[in-house]
Design a protein around this ligand. Sequence first.
Ligand SMILES: Nc1ncnc2c1ncn2[C@@H]1O[C@H](COP(=O)(O)OP(=O)(O)O)[C@@H](O)[C@H]1O
Ligand SMILES: [Mg+2]
Length: 305
Amino acid sequence: MLANHGRPDRRTGRAGLPGLRYVAREGILSHVAEAAGLIEVRDLSKKFGEKIAVNGLSFTVEPGHVTGFLGPNGAGKSTTMRVIVGLDRPSGGSATIDGLTYAQLRRPLTVVGALLEARALHPGRSARNHLLYLAQTQGVPARRCDEVLEMVGLSAVARKRAGGFSLGMTQRLGIAAAMLGDPRVLMLDEPVNGLDPEGIRWVRNFMRYLASEGRTILVSSHLMSEMAQTADHLIVIGRGKLIADCSTQEFIASSSERSVLVRSPDSRLSDLITANGGEVKPEPDGGLVPAVPATGQPDYSGRSV
Ligand SMILES: Nc1ncnc2c1ncn2[C@@H]1O[C@H](COP(=O)(O)OP(=O)(O)O)[C@@H](O)[C@H]1O
Ligand SMILES: [Mg+2]
């Protein structure tokens, strides 16, 4: 069950998820709330002319976690995210949120917020006016602009020109814009790129906090080290195809071999290691022998072999 982060429903008196307040009957409310915020990408393909940016990609992103979307530059992360929010039309397959495409959402900002390109704002507008114009197109009350500015720590510069903001402030403003409709799904495309350590820590903690509220968080990066510290679950893609869909721990364990490099003039070494439960992989030139103890623990018994 998702944690409540909305105001009490006028009809039921219960705190609920924004966008679900119209669901009055209790049974339905809990049923819908449990399913809320599921991103489903199915056999998604996207071609730009001859270029295949996304190639038969399928994955699901669940609420309550920070899910990392990892892949090298050009892997198709941004394209996939753009398709999810209806900015690119898929060449094949689908991307839905709780079974609906972005175009089918009645009030999209209350369902999904996205930070795709933080610099995409009018440089002459103040931070608050930038949010206000977005809010007014979506029936979001003006006071929500102040709430989200407070949330991202930009209240003091709310009336300053956004064009003069540092990259970190611009990213925060982008996150504030994504949070305007109090959405249950948040997608951030490379949000920590170019940020200083303090900015990175802030974004990381903020995403964790939002996930702990029961929201669905999908965050992309081309840096494994960044994802390892931020995401609980990883969707890894390369050249538009799925490479892995597993917990971050599993991914790190499967891609990092625990090995030790041993060099010995005596060929009996490999027999001794194998006899002790280790695995030996001879180096191609036959001279170096990295050994992987079966226990994962090196043997420090001091025996010289
Ligand atoms: N509008 C576009 N027109 C042509 N090619 C594009 C367009 N957008 C993306 N691509 C290409 O699609 C591939 C995937 O890009 P992208 O989704 O931006 O990858 P990522 O975000 O993982 O770095 C890249 O080879 C990129 O050059
Ligand atoms: Mg990208």
